[in-house]
Design a protein around this ligand. Structure first.
Ligand SMILES: O=c1ccn([C@H]2C[C@H](O)[C@@H](COP(=O)(O)OP(=O)(O)OP(=O)(O)O)O2)c(=O)[nH]1
Length: 370
């Protein structure tokens, strides 16, 4: 019997992104090895949140292990200081940290995975990527990978307070190549619009543009500098005004992105992810401008879906300009949504559970702020 047949995950081995119940079954079969029992709501409709372990290392530089090294061997060479995360620790801006995660993997050969920051992590500009032993790319887990997972964490704007169990990243499990072709995307959109109204461009994913006309007079937020700490595990406990400068709509329909500044903006189109699909926002095209949108791109099945109270939800965009000031215009295409088939319908959709903080969102800061 093959390893994959040993590890039945409840999807009858269909190609696609594993839904929550299949992630639970994969865990039961030993394909995911959590150091302790999962936290409530740790399994999301199409992903698993990853928890920080007991220790982090401040390292001199970001790195990839390459085909021959383990992450620990690289940390042994580059570590400046070990930090105990159990009582909680502050991670400073501009520094790079590596922390072992509580979830290790022993994937069957037909399952790969990819990671992304949680949306709440991206919205506070904590740059987070997952690395594996012998890994040659960030956030990518090869089919059949057996070994530990680590998070590389680098707060860019706010210093953050984290602790053992904090959930900054999430992982999706994928069998086969479930990504929709342009023709399949167009057909799905024709059945029920994936973005707003009208016919978008489907090349390389569904085009998403930025709204700079204003939501109740606001076009977005610019992060303040030299702020206090954001406790990543304290939703609703930080005053937005201490961390963010609201950007009022001035009628120009444009915004000059200041290099080095971090912005929260929103899409012009409403976005929908049908329950039997998952989506990911990818940068539009590096050739269209010196700015980057999206650091946290997973969109859950059911996001924006009317059946779970999401109608009209916008995509929140995390935006920064690179080296030069850049003029962003209302309606400019800034990202693309890539859609993938689920291996099975998730038992719970985004918006149906208590832990869905961003269903039906407009221009929305992370859940930490009120
Ligand atoms: O760049 C992004 C990424 C995601 N989302 C939306 C779609 C996604 O379905 C939702 C929640 O994302 P995620 O599950 O990553 O957020 P979270 O931080 O875990 O929040 P929650 O507690 O609501 O799950 O936010 C965006 O608007 N912009």
């Amino acid at each position: 019997m093959s390893a994959s047949a040993d590890m039945r995950d409840g999807t009858d081995m269909r190609d696609g992104i594993l839904p929550a119940q299949a992630i639970a079954a994969l865990t039961g079969a030993g394909g995911i090895r959590p150091a302790s029992a999962y936290a409530p709501d740790q399994i999301q409709p199409a992903s698993l949140d990853l928890r920080l372990g007991d220790r982090a290392f401040r390292v001199r530089t970001s790195f990839l292990p390459g085909t021959t090294r383990t992450v620990q061997a690289c940390v042994d060479r580059l570590s400046l200081h070990a930090i105990d995360l159990r009582p909680g620790a502050v991670l400073e801006t501009g520094c790079v940290y590596i922390a072992a995660l509580q979830e290790a993997l022993a994937l069957p050969p037909d399952l790969a995975a990819s990671a992304n920051p949680k949306s709440s992590t991206g919205r506070i500009d904590v740059f987070t990527r997952v690395i594996t032993d012998r890994g040659e790319a960030f956030d990518q887990v090869e089919p059949g990978y057996t070994g530990p997972l680590y998070a590389e964490i680098s707060p860019r704007t706010f210093p953050v307070l984290v602790r053992t169990g904090s959930r900054l990243s999430q992982i999706r499990f994928r069998r086969g190549q479930p990504r929709l072709t342009e023709a399949e995307l167009a057909a799905l959109h024709a059945r029920a619009p994936l973005v707003g109204a009208g016919t978008p461009s489907f090349q390389g994913g569904v085009a998403v543009s930025v709204d700079l006309s204003g939501f109740d007079g606001l076009i977005g937020y610019r992060a303040k500098r030299h702020t206090g700490l954001v406790d990543v595990d304290a939703p609703g406990r930080h005053r937005a005004a201490e961390f963010w400068e609201p950007l009022a709509a001035d009628g120009s329909g444009s915004l000059i992105l200041d290099p080095g500044q971090f912005y929260i903006l929103a899409s012009k189109e409403s976005v929908t992810v049908p329950p039997d699909h998952a989506a990911e926002m990818v940068p539009f095209d590096p050739l269209v401008g010196e700015f980057r949108v999206h650091y946290a791109g997973f969109f859950d099945p059911g996001f924006g879906h009317a059946s779970v109270g999401g109608a009209g939800a916008r995509a929140v965009l995390e935006v920064r300009s690179r080296d030069v000031p850049f003029l962003l215009e209302d309606g400019q295409i800034v990202g693309r949504l890539v859609y993938e088939r689920m291996a099975d319908l998730p038992e719970t959709l985004y918006g149906a559970g208590a832990g869905s903080n961003y269903q039906a969102q407009g221009l929305k800061l992370s859940k930490h702020f009120v």
